[in-house]
Design a protein around this ligand. Structure first.
Ligand code: ATP
Ligand code: LTN
Length: 334
């Protein structure tokens, strides 16, 4: 692709309010990669429809997510930041790949099992074929790397399987993507139940720190975080609450866990929790200020959307034309 840079693809669903888990597990890694690769960052609004959305809220949330990508530091001029639903090739390739994906493979997806249990009244086919749309997202851009949290690894594996199957039948059509999982902050846990991942759809709002939480709320949530009856600040399996806070602290401060442990050696949980809150606020504060500023720049944001939609469509359609040809779909007369 452009400049012979490797291609990187990732995105988030526009469901719920983003959490510190989304930031440390995904966005923060994206920032370290944005200059080295040709990047595509999607607002995955089609994926969001696998659970019911309130239309007016959904529209706002999707746009806010795009603005948040920029506020967090992604560069919409150098990288392609766009809405998945604005590039119809995603839905089209997704259908084609459905015909190369087995029910048995999809049945094994743990996210499907979890979400089906959570939304028992709405186990729609989209929830089941969610990974096929994700495969289409990635394969359309011939991505070499896909930065994702650990929970999405299985979806990347099925993407690779589908791509290899297709290539095996039709020749080298798709690049086989590799996962890119950052070292720190790979999995941030709930502050209220450190055995569960921090998640934007958690009903207990005290378990998650939202990227738009104000400084006092962050302090309150950190103070309330579930820990243990011991008093040592140390990373250990039997201390999931403290380990999670250490992970959050070191990730926000760009320190190693060992450095953080040393810093808090001999200190109490109370002081430690306040330091964690301060570290989190030092990351969220500037991002929130920039987000508020960008909200007022309507024309600038609209321009970015238009430009990047076109850029994304250009690359996506190139792959889609190749796939159509390989499959023997009739060519459109020019
Ligand atoms: P939901 O609660 O709606 O399932 P989510 O909070 O898990 O959503 P996703 O939209 O599924 O978020 O994920 C966006 C990105 O953030 C993914 O790359 C995912 O791996 C990452 N991510 C989400 N939660 C965490 C977490 N707690 N720790 C680290 N990374 C996370
Ligand atoms: N399922 C992903 C969001 C997602 C995605 C993608 C991530 C949809 N398509 C393509 C990387 C590449 C999630 O994080 N929940």
């Amino acid at each position: 692709m452009l400049d012979d840079k490797k291609v990187l693809y990732s995105g988030m669903q526009a469901t719920g309010n983003l959490t510190l888990g989304n930031y440390l597990g995904a966005l923060k890694n994206w920032l370290t990669l944005k200059d080295e690769y040709e990047c595509f960052w999607g607002v995955m609004d089609l994926h969001s429809l696998t659970v019911r959305q309130v239309p007016a809220e959904f529209r706002k949330r999707a746009r806010n997510l795009l603005i948040l990508y920029i506020a967090a530091g992604l560069d919409p001029k150098a990288n392609c930041i766009y809405f998945q639903s604005h590039v119809s090739a995603h839905a089209e390739l997704s259908w084609l790949l459905n015909c190369f994906t087995y029910m048995g493979e999809l049945n094994r997806m743990t996210q499907f099992k979890d979400k089906a249990a959570k939304h028992a009244d709405n186990i729609n086919a989209g929830l089941f074929t969610y990974p096929v749309l994700m495969a289409a997202d990635i394969l359309l851009y011939q991505a070499d790397y896909v930065p994702i949290g650990k929970d999405q690894k299985q979806h990347l594996e099925i993407t690779r399987d589908i791509a290899e199957r297709f290539n095996g039948l039709y020749g080298d059509v798709f690049t086989i993507p590799e996962p890119y999982i950052g070292k720190a902050g790979a999995k941030i846990m709930s502050l209220q139940d450190p055995s569960k991942k921090m998640s934007k759809s958690d009903e207990n709002v005290n378990g998650s720190i939202y990227l738009m939480d104000d400084a006092d709320t962050v302090v309150r949530k950190c103070k309330r975080a579930v820990t243990d009856s011991d008093s040592e600040i140390r990373y250990a399996e039997e201390k999931p609450g403290i380990s999670n806070l250490l992970e959050i602290y070191s990730s926000c401060m760009n320190k190693t866990i060992e450095e953080a442990e040393k810093e808090f050696d001999g200190k109490g949980y109370g002081d430690f929790k306040l330091a964690v809150a301060e570290a989190v606020n030092s990351v969220l504060g500037p991002m929130q200020t920039e987000y508020e500023r960008l909200q007022k720049e309507k024309d600038f944001i609209d321009g970015i959307i238009k430009e990047n939609d076109e850029k994304a469509a250009y690359y996506a359609n190139k792959t889609l034309r190749k796939v159509r040809k390989k499959l023997g779909l009739t060519e459109k007369p020019r």
